[in-house]
Design a protein around this ligand. Structure first.
Ligand code: ADP
Ligand code: MG
Length: 448
């Protein structure tokens, strides 16, 4: 076969591999990590791919390269190795715009930052490692790495903390850079105010002269047409000038409701990093770090108990610890397991009824003798696919999580996959008595 034919062949194989990757990892993961890869060449059995940045290259190598290689090998027997390099295209640096007189009451960041929300105080664990790594990268790099950085996750999982940490870091290391942090609500308020005073030009300039713009909780912009429009223009102007934008929301760009399609798609252009619900290990790590700063000593047993019992979000966890310590200080007694249970009785009851997806995955894996990692893995063999569907079904039934959230917990699968699993299990329960019994048994062990 001639060289060019081989090359065309390779490109076709790469295209098929990409389709398989999209299927396996779901759209969010695929768009963030796999779609930006390009096929460079094949040399002596080594497939060479390129990624736009070093950060992306490292992440892909650590998380996806093995799978990409395996898929390539199933397409092409000659493939022995796979490597990822950084593509050498450098984005153009545009000159900075000059800033205009501030009219709008938006200050350079500082006064509205929480001094506790720093990188030093952020405990890193599996659920937030990507978001944390991306935030650090953005805070530390001199040039714009990915634009925008889009952080998303449920309430109280550390989005605002990470954004403030980025701002603090830049403030410390590059005091001349202009950083603006504000909530989406504040952005809307400012915009509406500018409209009233007919000073939208100043409003625009104000934003367009920043180096780093952070907007927290953009889901609040949904539905407000004129604000969205303005946000979109500001956003485009800043991206064009190569300024860094950091956005947070409670959902992924594609799941944001009431948001215009072109804005959604634009928001997903950079790096989308999600913060998953906490694990026991992370909760315990956070409690230990917080306990060290408390006025009274908190026994390890109590920390473990709290980490085990309060799984909803970190804000609630912190609140619980503060309450326990405050109570002990007030009544002048040591903190014990008993006093903790007493002080937190209402809170614990509310948390008691909650089953987490992690527990479901663990119990279901145990029940069917498969590995917990099979719950996240792309493997489609019936022996692991069925238990995975059972776990998705139970997650839908026993937790308040949405279909996209559940999909994410199962190796970044699409919400339609979850929906399909739920239907499939319902169907099976209709025809198969064993399935009904399995589900019933699992439900009972999970709920008690
Ligand atoms: P979100 O903006 O996602 O709703 P926040 O950033 O306000 O959540 O976090 C809620 C609380 O939990 C804050 O007090 C924050 O400091 C704390 N927190 C969240 N994640 C972490 C973490 N990984 N390490 C330490 N504290 C954390
Ligand atoms: Mg927040």
């Amino acid at each position: 076969m001639g060289y060019s034919a081989a090359k065309i062949n390779l490109e076709e194989q790469w295209e098929r591999v990409q389709h398989l990757l999209l299927d396996e990892y779901g759209e969010a993961t695929f768009t963030s990590w796999l779609k930006p890869l390009s096929l460079v060449d094949q040399k002596e059995g080594c497939i060479l791919l390129s990624a736009p940045t070093a950060f992306m290259r490292d992440w892909v190598k650590n998380h996806y390269a093995d799978r990409v290689k395996a898929l390539f090998q199933s397409e092409n027997d000659n493939v022995l190795q796979l490597d990822v390099i950084v593509s050498d295209v450098v984005p153009p640096q545009k000159p900075k715009a000059t800033s205009s007189e501030p009219f709008i009451e938006i200050h350079n960041v500082g006064s509205n930052l929480d001094p506790r929300f720093t990188f030093e105080n952020f405990v890193v664990g599996k659920p937030n490692e990507l978001a944390h790594a991306a935030a650090r990268k953005v805070a530390e790099s001199e040039s714009v790495t990915f634009n925008p950085l889009f952080l998303y996750g449920g309430v109280g999982l550390g989005k605002t903390h990470l954004m403030h940490a980025i701002a603090w870091h830049i403030k410390k290391c590059h005091p001349n850079r202009k950083v603006i942090y504000l909530s989406a609500e504040k952005f809307m308020y400012q915009f509406i105010r500018a409209l009233r005073f007919k000073d939208t030009v100043a409003f625009k300039d104000q934003f367009r002269s920043v180096d780093v713009l952070m907007i927290d909780d953009v889901q609040f912009i949904s539905g407000k047409d004129s604000t969205q429009e303005e946000f979109f223009h500001t956003f485009n102007a800043l991206v064009d000038q190569n300024r860094q934008i950091i956005i947070s929301a409670d959902k992924s760009p594609s799941d944001l409701e009431g948001m215009e399609e072109r804005l959604k798609s634009r928001l997903g252009w950079g790096l989308v990093a999600d913060i998953h619900p906490t694990t026991y290990e992370l909760r315990l790590g956070i409690l230990q770090a917080k306990a060290e700063q408390m006025t009274a000593p908190v026994p390890q047993k109590v920390l473990e108990f709290l980490a085990y019992k309060i799984s909803s979000n970190i804000r609630e966890l912190e609140g619980a610890l503060t309450r326990v310590v405050a109570h002990a200080t007030l009544v002048g007694r040591d903190i014990t397991l008993d006093s903790t249970q007493e002080v937190l009785r209402d809170l614990l009851r509310a948390n008691d009824r909650r089953v987490t997806i992690d527990e479901i995955q663990k119990k279901v894996a145990e029940y069917y003798s498969v590995r917990v990692s099979d719950m996240h893995s792309p493997r489609r063999a019936r022996t692991v696919a069925r238990p995975r569907q059972v776990a998705m079904y139970l997650a839908k039934q026993l937790t308040p999580r949405s279909l996209p959230e559940i999909g994410r917990k199962f190796g970044g699968r699409d919400h339609t996959t979850v929906l399909h699993a739920v239907k499939k299990i319902e169907d099976l329960m209709g025809e198969d008595k064993t399935m009904c019994e399995d589900i019933e048994l699992l439900r009972r062990t999970l709920e008690t």
